[in-house]
Design a protein around this ligand. Structure first.
Ligand code: CO
Length: 424
């Protein structure tokens, strides 16, 4: 053993002895951090970063996260990726807190790759059953009255790999096809009013400018209710992978409808029965029939920490943290169970609670190393309660891919490791 290692150990022992008086949680956190720390940077020494000038302003014209946060990233699942242009990446839910997803971490789902749209050449065409067909430039849209709204966006296939049993080991993979940002945009109602919708119109066809020409049928009533033509997310212009420069926002409804690189809206009196609402995005039931136009994303929640990618470091105080959302309105309550759904306690919702948005919930627990079967269940202001997976399967069978909002279970083992499981 070298002298330096000896000194490191001695310093660590002293530090821990000095910290013995603080709360148990503090000691646990310090111990976990110290495992990777260099003693020379720890109190009472002056740390390396205090001994010389740091980087100046302007070096990073567009800021990036600390290099120590480089493992906070979107991830893909190999066997779900046939080709990268028609695939999905997942939001690292386990590494985030609060309700807002940073723009660079919002999950991606493309059908024909990311279209690179020159904003000068961008046009939105509005036609069909209208008095006056219109074409908008990006500047036209930006001159119109705008609103700011925080909404979750969930892919209908989120948790779709879990229908037949627990499969993917991580909240990122079981629930990471959801994100929540603040959009700035023009109410779609305004554009429809400008064009003058014919009295017998009932549906819109919304179409993207990507190579897949992604298109869906959208009920006119929803368009007039709360849909947005959005061009900003969290204050800045949309990211290319989120539809730059313009995407459709369809609050509370499945992500597939939120057409990116939006180029065309056609008004009609019936649905178009596009590929994305016939061969895809329908829900196959046990009897061979399929549900169609299941737009609303029902109330759902997931504990993001602890979770398989975020194990527990030692006994003592811990905060169980998670996200909940509902496409029907506001999340009114979230319950947490430590024993696989036998007993439920009400979690604390902290931060803003918006309509059709994510909420953050916390439940505090003093962990003695006992096995936990962690669950959360969301309720919304329509009275809806998130169902267990078995209750959902009784109605829906196991053939579906889409709309799996069953209660998730994480098993916390005595060593703090966490696993995706199901309880009978
Ligand atoms: Co659906």
């Amino acid at each position: 053993m070298t002298e330096r290692t000896d000194k490191t150990r001695a310093t660590r022992r002293r530090f821990l002895a000095g910290a013995a008086g603080v709360a148990a949680a503090g000691v646990t956190a310090a111990r976990a951090d110290n495992a990777k720390s260099l003693a020379k940077n720890l109190p009472p020494n002056v740390a390396d970063w205090s001994k010389s000038l740091g980087e100046g302003v302007g070096v990073r014209a567009y800021g990036t996260p600390s290099k120590f946060e480089k493992d906070v990233q979107r991830r893909t699942v190999g066997w779900l990726t046939a080709t990268p242009e028609s695939s999905v990446s997942f939001t690292p839910l386990h590494q985030l807190d609060g309700i807002i997803t940073p723009n660079g971490l919002c999950f991606e789902r493309h059908h024909g790759g990311i279209a690179e749209v020159d904003p000068n050449d961008y046009r939105l065409m509005l036609h069909g059953m209208v008095d006056k067909p219109l074409v908008f430039t990006l500047e036209d849209l930006k001159r119109l009255p705008r609103v700011n709204r925080v909404y979750f966006l969930e892919c209908a296939a989120n948790s779709g790999m879990e229908w037949r049993g627990a499969q993917l080991n991580g909240a990122q993979y079981t629930h990471g096809m959801v994100h929540c940002v603040q959009y700035t945009g023009v109410p779609l109602k305004l554009l429809l009013e400008q064009a003058g919708v014919k009295p017998n119109a009932k549906w819109l066809m919304v179409e993207g400018g990507d190579a897949a020409g992604m298109n869906r049928s959208l009920p006119l009533a929803k368009a007039l209710d709360d849909c947005l033509i959005a061009y900003r997310m969290n204050g800045e212009m949309l990211r290319p992978e989120q539809g730059y420069p313009v995407r459709l926002v369809v609050p509370g409804w499945e992500g597939n409808l939120w057409i990116k690189w939006l180029r065309r809206i056609k008004v009609g009196d019936q649905p178009w029965y596009t590929r994305e609402e016939t061969s895809k995005y329908t829900d196959l039931l046990e009897d061979g029939k399929a549900r169609q136009f299941t737009f609303v994303m029902d109330a759902k929640s997931v504990i993001t920490s602890p979770s398989p990618q975020m194990p527990v470091h030692g006994k003592g105080f811990m905060v169980i943290s998670g996200l909940a959302w509902s496409g029907r309105g506001k999340v009114s309550r979230v319950d947490v169970s430590l024993d696989g759904g036998r007993n439920w306690r009400t979690a604390k919702i902290d931060g803003p609670v918006f309509d059709k948005s994510c909420v953050r919930f916390y439940y505090e627990h003093e962990w003695t190393g006992e096995q936990l079967l962690l669950q959360s269940r969301a309720m919304d202001d329509s009275g809806y309660v998130q169902p267990s997976k078995d209750a959902l399967r009784k109605i829906r069978g196991v053939n579906s891919i889409y709309h799996n909002n069953g209660i998730q279970t994480w098993a916390v083992k005595s060593d703090g490791e966490v696993e995706n499981v199901e309880v009978g």
